[in-house]
Write a protein that binds this ligand. Structure first.
Ligand SMILES: NC(=O)c1ccc[n+]([C@@H]2O[C@H](COP(=O)([O-])OP(=O)(O)OC[C@H]3O[C@@H](n4cnc5c(N)ncnc54)[C@H](O)[C@@H]3O)[C@@H](O)[C@H]2O)c1
Length: 342
């Protein structure tokens, strides 16, 4: 099977490309190398014999000239919720026109599509109702409140979430009228080696990096206490899931799933601080920024119930393993990755 991974030099795309290449698929990447660190990931792909089309996904004239693939895995996006502040045109051209171009290409070539979506497609009203803000003044234990495919998506969700949700709907339209076979996976926070984390995206790897390099951090939002909760999934568990989906793609298709770290892998920023301190043996200054941005949410834990039924899959790696893997990667690759973090 010949596979194209868009965003193939990003965190998810590069790890997935190398994983699938090891499973003997013919893998190619498409990436314009916009993201800081993508050039480094391109070198990793080259070492594995994976080539990259350096193309902007929003340019249909270029996308339609690409060779034919059996499957396109769309992992190309501007993934930060804060891009609305300064770069809305690029957000829409990458995340929405990009999806449209990939859909046209899939239809022209009769290729299947796996689309990486996000927990950000849910409405902010719903997400903000999961835990009362006033309760974030003190440490809370992750509760058994799960988000699943039935949770509400109507209403404001961030412009990033909007572009991903609109992409999901566009995929279903194409499937309906053009016979496209697709799978959509809504992932919560994904973490692991080769994620060049920033304040607004990839907090897990950023947190460990800042501890390792003894730099400052800040608890942003919800009073600045660091008690907001997320479930985190290891990139390897994501790759294993997509591999299972590819193997069953002729039997299970035209479905949307949610997948994440689940309750076992749910933690707060404060918990992550303790883990980072233990690993690096460093304590750093973490300031309090009490103001909550438009798009920060207090709590998110994915339900893996449905996806487990279909693929007999659930995440294997726990929080400690995720943190250990990131820490080992950052230590071992320190000199080549330091210029991509700040
Ligand atoms: N990382 C997460 O926690 C997470 C969670 C849920 C969903 N996702 C989704 O997974 C996918 C991958 O996310 P990621 O964390 O690897 O992000 P990433 O930023 O690391 O990777 C995206 C890649 O796309 C490339 N790119 C950006 N704009 C482009 C354009 N116009 N043309 C061609 N290439 C372009 C970037 O250079 C980068 O290499 C995204 O669709 C994202 O929405 C990620």
């Amino acid at each position: 099977m010949k596979i194209l991974i868009t965003g193939g030099c990003g965190f998810v795309g590069s790890n997935l490309a190398i994983y699938l290449k090891k499973k003997k698929f013919k893998v190619h990447s498409l990436d314009n190398l916009f993201r800081n660190g993508s050039k480094q990931n391109l070198l990793r792909l080259k070492n594995e014999g994976i080539s990259n089309f350096k193309i902007d996904i929003s340019l249909n004239s270029k996308i339609k000239k690409l060779p034919k693939f059996d499957l396109i895995i769309d992992a190309c996006a501007e993934p930060s919720v804060n891009t609305y502040l300064n770069d809305i045109d690029r957000l829409f051209s990458t995340n929405l026109s990009g999806t449209l171009n990939i859909l046209k290409k899939c239809v022209a070539d009769n290729s299947k599509l796996i689309f990486l979506s996000t927990s950000r497609v849910y409405s902010l009203k719903y997400l903000n109702s999961l835990i009362k803000r006033k309760n974030l003044k003190k440490k809370i234990k992750p509760k058994k409140i799960f988000t699943d495919m039935k949770s509400p998506t109507i209403g404001a969700k961030s412009l990033y979430g909007f572009t991903k949700f609109a992409s999901e709907e566009l995929i279903k339209e194409f499937s309906y009228i053009k016979d496209l076979n697709y799978l959509i996976n809504r992932f919560g926070v994904i973490a692991g080696p080769w994620q060049f984390g920033k304040v607004d995206q990839g907090f897990f790897s950023l947190w460990i990096w800042r501890h390792l390099t003894k730099q400052k951090l800040s608890y942003n939002g919800f009073g600045g206490n660091g008690f907001q909760i997320r479930d985190v999934i290891h990139i390897e568990d994501v790759c294993r899931l997509i591999y299972l989906q590819i193997k069953k793609i002729n039997k299970i298709y035209n479905k949307s799933f949610i997948a994440g770290g689940g309750i076992r892998n749910a933690l707060s920023l404060k918990d992550l601080t303790l883990i980072s301190q233990k690993l690096t043996k460093n304590k750093i200054k973490i300031s309090k920024n009490p103001n909550t941005s438009y798009y920060d949410v207090p709590y998110f834990v994915s339900s893996n119930k449905e996806i487990k039924k279909f693929y007999n899959w659930e995440p294997k790696k726990n929080i400690e393993e995720i943190a250990n893997d990131i820490y080992s990667w950052q230590l071992n690759s320190f000199n080549i990755i330091k210029k991509y973090f700040n």
